[in-house]
Ligand binder design. Structure first.
Ligand SMILES: C[S@@+](CC[C@H](N)C(=O)[O-])C[C@H]1O[C@@H](n2cnc3c(N)ncnc32)[C@H](O)[C@@H]1O
Length: 281
């Protein structure tokens, strides 16, 4: 049986190993997980340690530094890609009510979906904009750190068995058409209309290490900040501030807030529940 002291020492050592692993990954591959929140990082690293048939975090470090395929596998574990069409539907209801009227006054709209995962969020936005008659004047930039999920986003082919949940989300999100008209079912897959991605640019972008690449009228970044520690959240918020036009909209969704960050004073809240903010300074 291990004593409390031994357990504490074991955890301290493991923390050192995690730091060495993330430092090594950063220096060798440029992916910066050094400021990701430790509890969730630890869980995901251990999942990969076991999946590779290893016994320690240091063992994983050696493996990923010498084997880029193993790094790809770890990357998939570290970048949690859970998503859904019209996920948290009330966000889209608020977007329709509060943001769409503003966008109608713009001749051209640039939207950035940061951390878009396999793209469901992007297709959802494209559908919403089409239904609001705005899609033609919009350009959506959809980025993620992970190339593999981006490829799935570009393909626009999603498992057919997720369509039931997606359809209910679509209805709850205020969809005013028939969801099944946006895709064709083939075998076990739903192939989304290519026209939905006509105005979408998919690109790899790392929020931690890459710079701003455009100025946007809207930035949507949901369910991404939860994996970052406070310092990193602040850094990414500065990047968004730099990238957002004056009076541009930042959409964070229910789980995140700018309240305690150094950029908070630059924004007015336009929907407290859905964490929609407008840059005013
Ligand atoms: C849980 S998914 C969120 C997907 C979508 N935004 C949603 O709310 O359904 C989080 C995504 O953030 C991406 N991500 C994590 N760290 C990132 C980083 N440093 N730069 C860009 N994307 C990152 C992951 O690859 C993953 O696809």
């Amino acid at each position: 049986m291990t004593t409390a002291v031994e357990e504490t020492e074991k955890l301290a050592l493991e923390e050192v190993e995690v730091q060495l692993l993330t430092e090594g990954i950063y220096r060798h591959y440029g992916f910066d997980f050094r400021d990701y929140s430790l509890p969730s990082l630890r869980r995901r690293i251990w999942k990969r340690v076991y999946a590779e048939g290893l016994g320690t975090v240091s063992g994983l470090q050696e493996k990923v530094l010498h084997d880029s395929q193993a790094m790809q596998r770890l990357l998939l574990d570290l970048s949690i890609n859970t998503t859904a069409m019209f996920r948290d539907p009330t966000f889209y209801v608020a977007f329709r009510q509060r943001v769409v009227p503003m966008l109608r006054t713009y001749p051209f709209v640039r939207i950035w979906h940061a951390g878009c995962s396999t793209g469901e969020e992007v297709y959802s936005m494209a559908i919403l904009l089409q239904e609001e008659g705005l899609y033609e004047r919009c350009r959506i930039y959809a980025t993620d750190i992970n190339e593999q999920v981006l490829q799935r986003a570009k393909d626009g082919i999603f498992p057919l068995n997720t369509m039931q949940e997606n359809t209910s989300n679509y209805i709850a999100a205020g969809g005013n058409g028939t969801f099944s008209e946006y895709y064709t079912a083939r075998y076990d897959y739903a192939i989304f209309r290519p026209s939905l991605r006509e105005n979408v640019v998919f690109a790899q972008h790392n929020l931690v290490t890459d710079a701003s690449f455009n100025h946007f009228n809207v930035i949507v970044c949901r369910n991404v900040f939860i994996y970052f520690n406070n310092a990193l959240q602040d850094r990414v918020h500065k990047l968004f501030l730099q990238s957002l036009e004056m009076f541009g909209i930042l959409g964070l969704g229910k789980k995140e807030t700018i309240r305690y960050t150094s950029v908070a004073e630059h924004y007015d809240e336009i929907d407290a529940e859905e964490r929609l903010y407008r840059r005013v300074r």
